[in-house]
Design a protein around this ligand. Structure first.
Ligand code: NAP
Ligand code: MG
Length: 500
């Protein structure tokens, strides 16, 4: 029987799932770790342990990869008609949608984000991703190619699934990151071992039950829980894996590249960011204030594309900083399941200390606090107040490094010359996303071209769609998620030439 003491606002169904005996999906069966080991899962709103999940290690990874290898080499999935594969993806979307509230509860409880946000963002976007990729299953095709080498040849390309894919995801959008990875790989006919983030395994384990229910053949998707070093590293290095798709920090991304070198498996990476937000004086100030505040505070700043460097023209700098600070001060911090919650706790004790450490380091180096600061005022849970820093300089850690929390550095600019501000915006090792705010059409397009980032938003930020490719320039990654482009991550091209 479930204990509702986890959080009295949870539905009994979710509480039952949380307190159930959690198992990983390996080779079509729900199993414990071979060692029998488990590790704790925390509620970030209280810091309390809410359940335990299996701790996969090399032996479990090997079982999962072997199952995925067999499913790819011998199983029906890569050979199934595209229409049938598309139908399974559509079914997954339907089942997730049917359990929308339950998934939103799990996401809120495990990650800390507001339930109200998870039910309108994380879960619907997950559903959309599976539906959108369901359509692609039937549209993957090669080309016929005229050869200059001679007329008597018939040449064409086949777009074939890349094989067994290892997928490693972070904790900031646990269910959605699983969908970004699984849906396109499945549409392409790959088989998969997915490692969930240690901080947020619950929605992925519930999704594993749904994948099973949707009728995926045995071994096509294997879902494991474990630590980065114990499970992620052997998975990324495994000789039977053809490709690794990773989302997480740039630091671990570099380890993945090294681990993949053994068998030269293909690699795609979605890594960190330090996204600039550039506000010109002609922009609509009301929408700038709301939009740039949400650019950084959405998901507590735990977004790889969070607008964490706010460059504002000096003519409107004070007005924008006052406005964003006012929004920050009004944000209600509460547990994610509390109906009044506008911002929940950060995901973990580690993340809490990291973000507070950055705020303190900024202050130590001379930054001024326009809103928020290192003290949350909430007596338990990993809460950090939305924070606005001014008086920074380009060499400070808070300006250079990814904080991955609700902390924005606001910087005035006076240049009438657009090139100078583009240069400052590009002054980072990252290149994931950026936004530009102006009513001047020509300026907007000019800046959009100049920014070295995989996504540029104009008069908006954090707009996502399954159809839009998303990924990084520079050290923000390799390859793209979503859109038609993500198919390249999971396909390889074979050229066939026939002498006629
Ligand atoms: P992380 O430490 O890089 O972890 C990401 C994933 O990699 C987790 O599943 C982690 O396992 C695993 N991992 C850790 N060490 C590993 C290793 N040596 N080999 C294989 N796998 C390993 O990132 P995080 O600190 O959890 O998440 C925050 C970071 O992710 C931020 O820097 C953020 O920018 C980035 N991020 C990027 C995107 C994007 O789309 N570009 C999206 C979300 C997050 P554990 O859970 O056990 O650590
Ligand atoms: Mg980690």
């Amino acid at each position: 029987m479930a204990t509702l003491s986890i959080d009295p606002r949870l539905s009994s169904r979710t509480a039952d799932f949380v307190s159930s005996d959690h198992r990983m999906l390996i080779d079509g069966r729900f199993v414990a770790a071979a060692s029998g080991k488990t590790f704790p899962v925390y509620n970030p709103a209280t810091g309390e342990v809410i359940t335990h999940v299996p701790e996969a290690e090399a032996e479990d990874v090997n079982r999962a990869v072997t199952a995925a290898r067999r499913a790819f080499d011998e199983g029906p999935w890569p050979r199934m008609s595209p229409s049938e594969r598309g139908r399974v993806l559509w079914k997954i979307a339907d089942l997730v949608e049917e359990h929308l509230e339950e998934f939103a509860e799990l996401e809120s409880l495990d990650n800390g984000k507001p339930f109200s946000v998870a039910r309108v963002a994380d879960v619907p976007l997950t559903v959309d991703m599976f539906r959108y990729m369901s359509g692609w299953a039937t549209k993957i095709s090669g080309k016929t190619l005229p050869l200059s080498a001679g007329y008597d040849y018939h040449s064409y390309t086949l777009r074939e699934p890349i094989g067994v894919v290892a997928q490693i995801i972070p904790w900031n959008f646990p269910l959605l990151m699983a969908a970004w990875k699984l849906a396109p790989a499945l549409a392409c006919g790959c088989t998969i071992v997915l490692k969930l983030a240690e901080q947020t395994p619950l929605s992925g384990l519930r999704l594993a039950q749904i994948l099973d229910e949707a009728g995926l053949p045995t071994g096509v998707v294997n879902v494991i829980t474990g630590y980065g070093e114990g499970a992620g590293a052997p998975l990324a290095a495994h000789e039977m894996v053809d490709k690794v798709a990773f989302t997480g920090s740039t630091e671990v991304g570099k380890l993945i590249v090294k681990a993949a070198a053994g068998n030269l498996k293909k690699v795609t990476l979605e890594l960190g960011g330090k996204s600039p937000v550039v506000v010109f004086p002609d922009a609509r100030i009301d929408s700038v204030i709301q939009g740039t505040a949400s650019a950084i505070f959405f998901n507590h700043g735990q977004c790889c594309c969070a607008g964490s460097r706010l460059y504002v023209h000096e003519k409107v700098f004070d007005e924008v900083v006052d406005g964003v600070s006012h929004v920050a001060n009004e944000i209600k911090l509460a547990p994610g399941m509390d109906p009044s919650c506008q911002m929940g706790p950060l995901v973990s004790d580690e993340q809490y200390h990291r973000v507070v450490g950055y705020i303190e380091s900024g202050i130590g180096e001379g930054a001024k606090v326009a809103a928020g600061g290192p003290v949350s005022g909430v007596d338990r849970g990993w809460f950090v107040r939305p924070t606005v820093l001014t008086n920074t300089n380009p060499r400070m850690k808070v300006v250079q490094e990814e904080i991955f929390g609700p902390v924005v550095c606001a910087v005035p600019f006076s240049d009438r010359e657009t090139d100078a501000i583009i240069k400052r915006a590009n002054d980072t090792i990252y290149g994931l996303a950026a936004s530009v705010w102006t009513q001047n059409l020509s300026l907007a397009h000019k800046v959009a071209r100049g920014l070295r980032a995989g996504t540029v938003w104009v008069n908006c930020h954090n707009v996502f769609d399954a159809s839009l490719p998303f990924g990084g320039y520079k050290q923000s990654g390799w390859g793209r998620e979503m859109g038609e482009e993500v198919l390249n991550n999971y396909l390889q091209t074979k050229a066939v030439t026939v002498a006629l």
